[in-house]
Design a protein around this ligand. Sequence first.
Ligand SMILES: [Zn+2]
Length: 117
Amino acid sequence: MEERELVSHVLQIVDETAYRMAARRILGVHLAVGGCRAFDFDILHRVFSDAVRGTVAEGAQLFVKVLPVPHHCQNCGDNFEATKSDCSCPQCNHLHTEIVGGEELRVLSLEIEETAA
Ligand SMILES: [Zn+2]
């Protein structure tokens, strides 16, 4: 299941960051994902809140930003961004455009409660 893979990948980054920054708690996780990664947001949130139980990120909020999908038109050579993987070229209406990304997964930032020094 894609949601579980995504969450475990994210938690790995969260763990490392929390350790490096001596964070006591992670309050929020901001993610950016490519628009080609089709997953169910409800499931994602549920998997996330399950997975963080007992970790520094327990109870953390998950914020997901979906990135536009970059396309390349094979007919006129135009590059453009779309919100979905399947669309025609805005310049020439050519139906067969190539997806040149959209699989990104980035942790943009973490909201951290730092250890009181
Ligand atoms: Zn085109």
